[in-house]
Design a protein around this ligand. Structure first.
Ligand code: 13P
Length: 315
């Protein structure tokens, strides 16, 4: 899914100590699911009210250096109705690919005009469905073409091949798939002459599948994930901004904290949606009188992850 990203600051500031990104780029359909969970209708007014609550939380900028927005938010209300994002990948094992490359150059130029300085392209890889060699290549190639086009139009591309948590596989299988995916992503990024100093990565952490009986400790997640990053990600890349992928709020913070116990060649931080927003959304419940309490819970999570980025989170 291609989404727009408005930076508050430049790249070095986004990847600065103690700060990460607030992912609030849920598509209207996903935002609808979140609103339904608190009994609200999926109207533009409700989406706007919730997104306003998030971005106006006082003091958030101390912990959050940028926000990823959905196209509707960037333009406030106008969307051109074009279908972009994940669709079935013909010829694969019931897998998906991310469409939207056609016309991307003119759209990225327009997003830049509208004030965006970053962009995000999310594609997914499913472990239970293979992943097939075809699906991995399409994911990697699509990300590389998007990154080249975004850079050509002045936007910093966030490169996100999400390896989905679904499945009962163990952590070694996730590691194996992640190695394959990132090898191909960097092969095609290089082929497309993408400047590594001008991208950010948004990976999944290396964890067991969500239905795996054996759980991993934060130390194990950190060990596997850092091993993957060291093997596959050049130090020229300035920032690794993890997604939370369905981990609980506390798990996502503990795992990030474990990864920041020693020096890393990249800024290792967060770009969470659910792990920053879950409690906030529930606390709000769609009631104006709860806005402040909801913003407080958002700040609590942002601060915890800020500490985790510094390796100083103690619970
Ligand atoms: P989660 O942190 O909820 O996985 O979302 C991050 C995101 O932007 C996925 O694209």
């Amino acid at each position: 899914m291609f989404q727009c990203f408005t930076s508050f600051y430049k790249l070095k500031t986004v990847a600065s100590p103690g700060r990460g990104i607030l992912a609030m780029d849920e598509s209207n359909a996903t935002c609808g699911k979140r609103l339904a969970s608190i009994g609200l209708e999926n109207t533009e007014a409700n989406r706007q009210a919730y997104r306003t609550l998030l971005v106006t939380a006082p003091g958030l900028g101390q912990y959050i250096s940028g926000a990823i927005l959905f196209e509707e938010t960037l333009y406030q209300s106008t969307t051109d109705g074009k279908k972009m994002g994940l669709v079935p990948l013909a010829g694969s094992n019931d897998e998906s690919w991310c469409q939207g490359l056609d016309g991307l150059a003119s759209r990225t130029a327009a997003y830049y005009q509208q004030g965006a300085r970053f962009a995000k392209w999310r594609t997914v890889v499913s472990i239970p469905n293979g992943p097939s060699a075809l699906a991995v290549r399409e994911a990697a190639w699509g990300l590389a073409r998007y990154a080249a086009i975004a850079q050509d139009n002045g936007l910093v591309p966030i490169v996100e091949p999400e390896i989905l948590l679904d499945g009962d596989h163990g952590i070694d299988r996730t590691f194996e798939v992640a190695q394959k995916v990132w090898a191909e992503v960097f092969f095609y990024l290089a082929e497309n002459n993408v400047m590594f100093e001008g991208i950010l990565l948004k990976p999944s952490m290396v964890t067991p599948g969500a239905e795996c009986k054996e759980k991993a400790t934060p130390q194990q997640v950190a060990e596997y994930t850092l091993k993957l990053l060291h093997r596959r990600i050049p130090p020229a890349v300035p920032g690794i901004m993890f997604l939370s992928g369905g981990q609980s709020e506390v798990e996502a913070t503990l795992n990030l904290n474990a990864m920041n116990q020693g020096p890393n060649p990249w800024h290792v931080s967060f770009s969470y949606a659910r792990a920053l927003q879950n409690t906030c959304l529930k606390t709000w419940g769609g009631r104006p009188e709860n806005v402040k309490a909801a913003q407080d819970t958002l700040l609590t999570r942002a601060k915890a992850n800020s500490l985790a980025q510094l390796g100083k989170y103690t619970g």
